[in-house]
Design a protein around this ligand. Structure first.
Ligand SMILES: Cc1cc2nc3c(=O)[nH]c(=O)nc-3n(C[C@H](O)[C@H](O)[C@H](O)COP(=O)(O)OP(=O)(O)OC[C@H]3O[C@@H](n4cnc5c(N)ncnc54)[C@H](O)[C@@H]3O)c2cc1C
Length: 489
């Protein structure tokens, strides 16, 4: 038996790792993605603002600025190919004082240096209020960036990964990388369950990228997590046409009021430097800070429409910029410190990795049968009654609504489980179908989805988890537990 050696192994299945995987799938390379979670998009890529930034915010000359500007225009084609919803709704940076206008002018200049098209400062407050009726009457001007947009970050990450997979990339889940051995001809990546051999390693491990780098003896940067908390409000509780940013702070773009692709309004994030790379808790102080910030932009924001709070972790490097480079360990490439605008930059980073590999002598022969198109099953909620009727006639599972808030049917949940790189957890179903994402946030449908996952995957319901080991919901059947407690057997 010949030993299996990959050409490239990507550590981390966030949006950056998956964008690279999909790009490498276009070549005749043996590529794998190694992920410690049970699915793609288990890290920062699932909890961010989902904004495709125009690119005026980053300091000119930085990698953030370069890849933001290059990444933004790539979204139309890639989202089209992958059936990922994306909309260029435009962004506003909102000034509420005359001094604020001076900041808008600086941002505008920065945008010119970064070559961002179509930026304009609007100071006609009547026009601004027409464009954005919910905005504070205190507005003195806005920096309008029409090329800014919104995308669902988990739809994008899942779309990239699925397309990479059907084009030949292998994914290893539940495979935490715990060590790397450098051999003469290749590298050996040790996970908790197996060893994987490869010529090249792309370290895209998010907040843990510094630890992976240290595994090959490279200790030249650290990643500090900076937490951002959010409040998600119910759909369409205010009219909102654009992403609203305040004047930025020295460490963040500030607390935004924005909208998701599905029409939920959200507020956040704040920015708190923390130590624990797993701390995704929300706090009373953080949420109050967010409400206060959001009210400066939209005074009547209906906070009582909140349905959930959550947090994501920015991967902040020592120099506050992306670290994307080959290293002195041959074949080991860092793709680290990818904080905001990393989602926007991800597609351009993937392009750059191809360039880097080529420069390092990797033979990149185009795969003739690469298929860039991803088909997705119909979304019942978005169909007309006639279309729904036709679907139900073809497959009665479309007649069985599981998630009442988001109108998700049993057929869609089964499809999410059985499609390429299908869901194995409650979160996996949630991010692929929206079941559990509505107003009751799973209060009604979680049990039903657990049953479907157990039945379709043929594993006991006690083993079905929210997001991998130690997040199982069912400990046993009430009758069995009662018998053990009362009868002692
Ligand atoms: C609050 C907040 C708001 C943001 N808003 C925006 C925005 O609006 N627009 C924008 O462009 N960007 C935004 N960003 C930035 C963007 O979300 C990130 O840059 C992007 O998601 C980073 O993706 P990634 O793939 O590098 O990291 P991640 O998504 O974190 O992926 C890294 C993966 O590596 C895995 N991993 C870690 N260690 C190991 C190991 N030892 N073995 C195997 N796997 C491992 C993790 O499980 C994880 O799945 C925001 C970030 C935050 C925190």
């Amino acid at each position: 038996m010949t030993e299996e050696i990959f050409d490239c192994c990507i550590i981390g299945a966030g949006v950056v790792g998956c964008a690279i995987a999909r790009r490498l799938a276009q070549f005749q390379l043996k590529t794998a993605v190694i992920e410690k979670g049970p699915d793609v998009c288990c890290g920062t890529s699932k909890a961010n603002s989902g904004i495709v930034h125009a690119g005026y915010a980053a300091q000119p000359g930085t990698l953030k600025a370069k890849f933001n500007a290059a990444g933004n225009p790539l979204f139309d084609q890639v989202c089209h190919e992958l059936s990922v919803p994306f909309a260029r709704i435009g962004t506003f940076v909102v000034a509420i004082t005359d001094d604020g206008i001076k900041v808008l002018e600086k941002l505008y200049q920065r945008g010119q240096e970064n070559k961002i098209p179509k930026l304009q400062i609007i100071t006609d407050t009547q026009k601004i209020r027409q464009m954005e009726p919910s905005l504070t009457p205190n507005v003195t001007g806005v920096l309008y960036a029409p090329t800014g947009g919104i995308v669902s970050p988990y739809d994008l990450t899942i779309g990239l990964a699925e397309n990479a997979y059907v084009n030949g990339v292998q994914f290893f889940f539940n495979s935490e990388v715990v060590g790397i051995d450098i051999k003469e001809r290749y590298k050996v990546i040790q996970t908790r369950s197996k060893e994987i051999k490869t010529h090249f390693i792309l370290n895209a491990a998010g907040v843990h990228a510094d630890e992976i780098s240290r595994m090959v003896g490279l200790d030249y940067f650290t990643i500090t997590p900076r937490k951002g908390e959010y409040i998600l409000l119910d759909k369409k509780c205010i009219e909102l046409n654009h992403v609203l940013f305040p004047i930025p702070t020295p460490i963040s773009k500030g607390i935004v009021v924005s909208i998701t692709m599905e029409g939920h309004i959200f507020l956040g994030p704040n920015a708190e430097t923390i130590e624990d790379k797993e701390d995704k808790s929300t706090t009373t102080e953080g949420l109050n800070e967010i409400i206060e910030g959001a009210r400066k932009l939209v005074p009547d924001i209906p906070v009582n429409e909140a349905i959930v709070t959550y947090a994501g972790l920015r991967a902040v490097s020592d120099n506050n910029d992306f670290i994307i480079e080959p290293t002195k360990v041959e074949g080991f490439i860092n793709v680290a410190g990818i904080q905001s605008p990393g989602l926007t930059a991800s597609l351009a980073i993937a392009e750059y990795i191809v360039e880097l590999l080529e420069n390092l002598g990797v033979k990149l022969s185009v795969k003739p049968n690469f298929n860039p198109i991803r088909e997705i099953p119909p979304r019942f909620a978005t169909l007309s009654n006639e279309e729904r009727h036709q679907l139900i006639l073809r497959n009665p599972d479309y007649g069985h609504i599981i998630c009442r808030c988001e109108y998700v049917t049993e057929a869609e949940i089964k499809a999410a489980i059985h499609r390429p790189l299908g869901a194995t957890t409650l979160d996996g179903v949630k991010f692929r179908t929206r079941a559990q994402m509505g107003r009751c946030h799973g209060g009604f449908c979680t049990n039903r989805i657990l049953e479907i996952l157990s039945r379709e995957l043929q594993v006991p319901i006690e083993q079905i988890s929210k997001k991998g080991p130690k997040s199982e919901l069912i400990v046993g059947k009430t009758k069995d537990l009662w018998r053990i407690t009362v009868e002692g057997n």
